[in-house]
Design a protein around this ligand. Sequence first.
Ligand code: GLN
Length: 482
Amino acid sequence: MKDFLSRTIREVQQGIEQSESSCTQLVQQYLNRIDEQKHLNAYLEVFGQEALARAAELDTKHADKKPKGKLFGTVIAIKDNICYAHHKVSAGSKILDGFTSVFSATVVDRLLAEDAIIIGRTNCDEFAMGSSNENSAYGKVLNAQDNTRVPGGSSGGSAVAVQANLCHASLGSDTGGSIRQPASFCGIVGLKPTYGRVSRYGLVAYASSFDQIGPFTHHVEDAALLMEVISGKDAQDATSSSQMVEEYASKLSFSGKAKIAVFGSTLQSEGLNAEVKSAMENLLIDLKNEGHIVEEMDFDYLQYLIATYYVLTTAEASSNLARFDGVHAGYRAKNAQEMDAVYKRSRTEGFGKEVKNRIMLGTFVLSAGYYDAYYSRAQKVRRILTDKINYILSSYDFILMPTSPTVAFRFGEKTENPVEMYLADIYTVLANLTGIPAISLPLAADAQGLPIGVQVLSGKFQEAKLLAFSNYLMHIGRPKQL
Ligand code: GLN
C-alpha cells in the first residue's frame, strides 16, 4: 500500500476495501518499522505475533464480507499504564515488574470491539509523573526528529510511536499535560478529553480527579474517530459521564466565526520562548484576518496554576500509590523478613526518585498540621479557577494559548531542578484543574524546524466543536515555519 503512513484511518480503510493492502500487510509494515527504529525506545513490548494473528482474523472478516467496526484495521499502541488482560503493565515502574493484568481497561475493550489492532505498549514516565520521559525505569524515549531532545512526557512513547509512524494512532493519559505536551514536542495532534468523557477503568491511577485517557494522531479526523469509540458512560467508572457521545468524525466542518479568548499573561509569561510567542501571535493575526473575534483579556491566576496542580496531584498520588506495597502485586524486596521491612524495602527499591519525591510531598500536604495550609487551600483555588474558566467559556467559544513555553528541550536540561521541569507544564495544567477538554495542534515550527504546538481549550463536553475548529485550524495554518 503506497503512502499508507500519511493517510487517515478512513483512507487506510478505503485502501483495504479496494484491496490495495491487507491488515496483515499493514501490521507487518509497522513491525518492520518498529524493528528499524528500536533505538527510539518507544515501545516496552511489541505484541507482534498476536497483532499478526488478529490482522489475519480481520482479513478473513473482510474476505467473508462481514460488517466491519469503525476502527477496522487501525494499528494502535497503548501507553503502559493502560491495562490489557493477560498482558504486562508496568506504568514505567520497577515496582510493577512482572505484573500481568487480569482485566482490560474499558478503552481497550472499546477499541477491540471496533476491530482495532493493538500492537504494543509504550514507554512512559514512571506512574505518568514527568514532562520529558526521563523518569521511566526502562530508559528514556528519544524524540524521532532530533535524538538529542526529549519527546515530552509522560506519554512520550505513545507520542513517538505516532511521530515515527510505528503505529497509526496511540492512546496516552493526561493528568497535567501528558498527552498535549509530547504531542507538541513531536509535531502531532494530542487531545485531553473533558474529565469524565472517557472511562478511567483500567488506567493505573496517578491523580484520579485529573487523569483522562486520550488519543495521539497525525490527523484531527482520526482523533475524532478514536474519541467516538473510547468515550461514553461506563458502569465501572462512577466519574464517567452519561452525556451523549456525538459522532465527532462526521461533524468536522467548522463554519461561522469563532469568539476566541487569549490571556495576556500567557503571552507575557517569563519563560515563554520568543519563537513560540511569535508563532502564537502570527496565528492570532491570521485568525483575525479570517474574521474571527480574538480578544485579549487579563487572567491573574497563571502564577498559581503549577503550585495548585502539584499540591493536589501529589496528595492524590500519595494515596493512590499506597497500594504498591510489595505484597499484593509486582516487585518484592529480596530477603525482607518482617512485614514492615517488606513494605519499606519493596517501596524503597521499587519506586524511582521522582515518584518518591511526590509521595513525600503529597503525604506532607495531607498531614494534620499542613492540610489547611496546602491541600485545603489548593482545593479552594481549584474551585475559583473552575468558576472563572466556566464563566469565560460561557461567552467565548475557545481559549487559545501555547501548549508548552518551549520546543522540545535537550536531555538533562531540566533534570537537576524539579521546579524548572514543573514549569514546563504551566499552560497544560489548567485544563486538568478545571476539567475542560484541550487539544494540541502542530501548527508551527521554529527556525530549526522543531514543532510548536498550539493549544485550544473549550467548554466541558464540547469536543465536537473543539475538534471541528481544530480541523479548520489545521487547514488554514499548517505547517508554518518562522
Ligand atoms: N508533567 C506533569 C506531571 O508530571 C503531567 C503528567 C501527566 O499529565 N501525566 O505531573
